[in-house]
Design a protein around this ligand. Structure first.
Ligand code: HEC
Length: 151
């Protein structure tokens, strides 16, 4: 009885060693599997859809502000691109903080209000919408956003 047990035990050790060897071999023989991206793939030269939309709207603010301050253009013909930030993938899920959805909806409403009746006040309300979300979700660009405020 004991002998049989010993045998079995030894055999399973051998099987174990073999399996470990196979596992080792296959890991060495193949390229390691690429990590499956959970959100936007992290690539050095590509931004997330959300980051791209942010940059786009940021440059729109720069243009609007310059037009108003330097060229004394009136707001009447100005429009901002309407983005649904809730539909765009961020670089990292940690950016989708609690309240993000509501802040994105509130921001979008400010943009729609601006487009319906462009004015300095409506512009400032949009910038406030940027700031409200960035205070919670992504404080890095706050300094840059502050430069979009009207004097
Ligand atoms: C509802 C939340 C929210 C609102 C509103 C918002 N942002 Fe952002 N912003 C983010 C998040 C989150 C990121 C990070 C995105 C990423 O890296 O995927 C970001 C990123 C940015 C960036 C950096 C982009 C880059 O190059 O990586 C800038 C600049 C920016 N936002 C400016 C603005 C401006 C200007 C506005 C208003 C017109 C605005 N944001 C409105 C949440 C918001």
């Amino acid at each position: 009885m004991m002998g049989a047990n010993e045998c079995k035990g030894r055999r399973s050790v051998i099987v174990g060693v073999c399996l470990a060897g196979v596992a080792l071999l296959s890991q060495c023989g193949q390229a390691p599997p690429a990590p499956t991206p959970r959100l936007a793939p992290l690539q050095p030269n590509r931004s997330s859809a959300l980051a791209e939309a942010m940059r786009e709207v940021d440059s729109e603010l720069v243009e609007l502000r310059d037009a108003f301050l330097q060229k004394q253009a009136d707001w009447a013909s100005e429009q901002l691109t309407v983005h649904d930030f809730n539909a765009l993938m961020p670089t990292d899920s940690s950016m989708l903080v609690e309240g993000f959805q509501a802040l994105a909806i509130a921001y979008q409403k400010r943009v729609l209000d601006f487009n319906a009746a462009p004015s300095a006040d409506a512009y400032s309300a949009v910038v406030t919408g940027c700031v409200s979300c960035h205070q919670k979700a992504c404080p890095g660009p706050l300094e840059r956003i502050a430069k979009r405020e009207l004097p």
